[in-house]
Design a protein around this ligand. Structure first.
Ligand SMILES: Nc1ncnc2c1ncn2[C@@H]1O[C@H](COP(=O)(O)OP(=O)(O)OP(=O)(O)O)[C@@H](O)[C@H]1O
Ligand SMILES: O=P(O)(O)OC[C@H]1O[C@H](OP(=O)(O)OP(=O)(O)O)[C@H](O)[C@@H]1O
Length: 271
């Protein structure tokens, strides 16, 4: 099951910052979400649904790990104080209340943030644009670049391969990566066929063990590549973390979500 797909270019659209904050009421794309079927819903049904939605708690999905550390001061600036268990590493709790009775936080894996928000299980979330691009969910909208989680996505290969190799002459490559979709799109755009082997981590091991000669992965300091005798040969994208929102929720609860989007925008501007 995937969220419904529309015939536009959602990836680029999702990552485009919106002027003056999200206004789903005037967003022509969100207006066309129902493909005209909205007229079949009676006013009473619509009102009841809106009220039910408005009474539901908002859920903010946050990733475990490194992003959470950088996000902490931003949550503070946005006025969000999670309950104590949120910062307790020994706690097995996954959903947390906050100082706002209408807002809960869930803590999930970074790739899963996008899925929870795209399917409407969470209304808002924080995810790297690596994750947003890889899934390319049309139901995601990314209004705020939080300016944290800076890194880049790159193609890398063993140092020894570089001297006799010209990437401009590649016609077919085999790549180990956590990002098969981005990788295929990147190479397709320059006429290279890419065969991908999906790994969930430690991609840097693949060349030395003969799995694939090349990898696509995130690079920040470059230490991991260096330690594994690999070098970057192509840049694919710059990566930062974004606030993401479910488009349908933006439409049904524009004020509640818009308020949180504005708070995160201010927190990002202040950082
Ligand atoms: N070296 C890095 N420097 C800066 N940001 C990074 C780096 N590696 C990853 N990121 C960003 O942080 C996000 C989460 O990465 P992190 O390594 O914390 O989780 P993960 O190991 O990819 O996911 P999981 O929780 O599923 O194990 C990535 O999606 C990316 O946007
Ligand atoms: O350029 P660097 O500063 O060395 O950072 C790059 C490393 O960071 C990420 O891995 P992470 O530490 O998240 O481990 P992972 O393999 O479990 O994803 C990424 O996948 C690289 O391996």
């Amino acid at each position: 099951m995937r969220p419904p797909i529309r015939g536009t270019s959602p990836r680029r659209d999702a990552l485009r910052p919106e002027r003056g904050g999200a206004d789903p009421e005037t967003d022509p794309e969100t207006d066309s979400d129902n493909g005209g079927h909205a007229h079949a819903v009676t006013q009473t049904q619509a009102t009841t649904t809106d009220q039910a939605a408005a009474n539901e708690k908002l859920v903010l999905a946050l990733p475990k790990g490194r992003i959470l550390d950088e996000l902490a001061p931003m949550l503070d600036h946005a006025g969000i104080e999670p309950e104590a268990a949120f910062s307790d590493d020994d706690s097995r709790q996954l959903r947390f209340t906050t100082n706002h009775p209408e807002l809960d936080i869930i803590r999930v894996r970074s790739f899963d943030v996008a899925t929870f928000v795209a399917f409407g299980a969470a209304h808002l979330g924080v995810a790297g644009n690596d994750v947003i691009m890889e899934f390319d969910y049309p139901e995601l909208y990314a209004p705020v670049d939080l300016g944290i989680g800076h890194c880049r996505m790159a193609v890398a290969q063993p140092r020894e391969l570089v001297k006799d190799d010209d990437p401009a002459r590649w016609s077919h490559v085999r790549i180990a990566t956590k990002y098969p979709n981005i990788t295929k799109q990147h190479f397709a755009a320059r006429g290279v066929q890419a065969e991908t082997v999906k790994l969930n981590g430690a991609m840097e091991l693949a060349p030395s063990l003969g799995l694939c000669r090349r990898i696509v992965d995130l690079v920040s300091s470059g230490k991991t590549l260096k330690a594994n005798d690999l070098v970057e040969v192509e840049h694919i994208a710059n990566v930062t973390s974004r606030l993401i929102a479910n488009r349908a929720a933006l439409k049904t609860r524009p004020h509640a979500l818009g308020d949180w989007i504005e708070r995160f925008r201010e927190a990002a501007d202040a950082a």
